[in-house]
Design a binder for this molecule. Sequence first.
Ligand code: BTN
Length: 329
Amino acid sequence: MDLKSEILRVLKDSSGEFVSGQELSEKLGVSRTSIWKHINQLKEEGYGIESISRKGYKLKSAPDKLNSEEIGPFLSTERIGRQIIYLESVDSTNEEIKRRAYKSEEGLLVISEEQIVGKGRLGRSWNSKKGRGIYMSMLLKPDINPQDAPKITQIAAAAVVKGLKEAGVDAKIKWPNDIILNQKKVAGILTEMTGELMKVEYITLGIGINVNSEVEDFPEDIAQKASSLKIEEKRHFERKKIVSGIVNNFEKLYTDFLEKGSISVSVEICKANSILLGKEIRVISRKGEALRKAVDINEDGELVVEDEAGNRETVFSGEVSVRGIHGYI
Ligand code: BTN
């Protein structure tokens, strides 16, 4: 840990009481001048620190930064997010995971304040304005077959919806990977698999959430379909609580999958919060478009649809996209 983090830890541990410069310097084995310099740096980073001569320093507020000092206290996980790389800017957090994948352990979390080329599904881009959203990716190394990789998307969708509910937001899932609030998309999941035909080397799980974005942050063409938690709920959200809520839920559901080999718990959450089930939808595939009724999400996380004659078939996430027949949903 660097000195700034150590000072923060001592100030946080002293639960709102003053800690003298002398005490900090003795505890951390550095001079009082060095403490003073680092306190000033913390103030510049947005920490509200009161300094009173003779009394010392008191932490009054912390910025909504997504580094391990700020997220760590809210995490209850054993492996996901134990190592966090926090960046001011990056091309894409998914790409950063891939650059680090072979020399890193499962659970590495990359979070960036902005993405220059944020990626969406099917070659689309993901609007990643600085400081307004959550742009994060996890490195996973499950011992599974490549055809099971889409299950990770269902686990993540369940974790995002649960995490958002804990933050007071009643979001829904538009299978397979869109998170919807008031008919508009507020979050998306991009699962990428690296491996061979028979073996997964690793999985990059990317989650993007429009948290405190304003209407003007969205380009006109997507403003019809996209929104943010703040726009819909009319309040500001603390991103670090949302990140930790999602990561905590993800680890539980992911561990359950690894232990049982089944995503049944996640599927139940996805079904209970699905915006598609029971609705007429348009299934768009390479073969063309078809009107179907969405009737189930099966135990493998695939969408089950029914035609007019009652014939059922499954839809795999990789081969179709689904659009509502009335507008976006
Ligand atoms: C989609 O709905 O199309 C998926 C969007 C996924 C966006 C996230 S933001 C963090 C991670 N890095 C990326 O470049 N994309 C994902």
